[in-house]
Ligand binder design. Structure first.
Ligand SMILES: [Fe+2]
Ligand SMILES: [Fe+2]
Length: 202
């Protein structure tokens, strides 16, 4: 897999090298290395699932763009963009995707809604997810640096079927949140109903 994908479709006004440079100066070393691995995993999954490599590269690299922003930045975006006020009851774990996508739009000038949705939904999933959204959701979960019980199974399932991987991750995540008494963002439940529950969702 080439690391030096050349962007030709104008989803981003800069080159990949310029984007990587911005990220290197925006993110901690650990997170920067994570996004590079997510990009590479996303490119592999994109190739296997007939998804645009250029979109997979941009979404993979930018999915955690806002992860290290202070809370005030997210609160400001939620208020200025008149986003769902319920978002204020959550924190960085939800905000860096759902709200972070707006910062990617404003600051990196990415306007493609498929790429923005992949960023928005990378932690919660969504009832309906494009192939690109599924690729980023899974690449973030199974990139080679991940090490948690079940990651080997998650990789095997995702190789066999991208949508089965989405279902697997969704179920594991909800189980984790419940076991640890953590708040569940409603979209995560909607994702579970649509992708996992046999009598729920659509
Ligand atoms: Fe993230
Ligand atoms: Fe991530």
């Amino acid at each position: 897999m080439s690391k030096e994908l050349i962007y030709q479709q104008h989803f981003l006004p800069s080159s990949r090298a310029e984007l990587v440079d911005v990220l290197q100066h925006t993110l901690t070393k650990t997170r920067f290395e994570h996004v590079l691995r997510v990009e590479q995993t996303a490119l592999q999954l994109a190739l296997q699932n007939d998804v645009s490599l250029e979109k997979a590269s941009i979404a993979g690299l930018t999915h955690d763009y806002a992860k290290q922003r202070p809370n005030q930045d997210f609160i400001k975006v939620i208020q200025e963009n008149k986003m769902d006020p319920d978002l204020l009851n959550y924190g960085n774990a939800i905000w860096h995707g759902v709200v972070g996508a707006e910062l990617v739009k404003q600051e990196l000038h990415v306007w493609d809604e498929d790429i923005l949705n992949a960023i928005r939904h990378h932690t919660t999933g969504a009832q309906v997810m494009s192939k690109l959204e599924q690729v980023i959701y899974m690449a973030d979960y199974i990139e080679p640096g991940r090490d948690f019980p079940g990651v080997v199974e998650a990789r095997q399932i995702t190789q066999a079927s991208l949508s089965a991987g989405v279902a697997y991750q969704t179920k594991q995540t909800l189980q984790y949140l419940i076991e640890h008494d953590k708040a569940v963002y409603p979209k995560t439940i909607a994702t579970y109903n649509a992708w996992v529950a046999t009598n729920g969702g659509n």
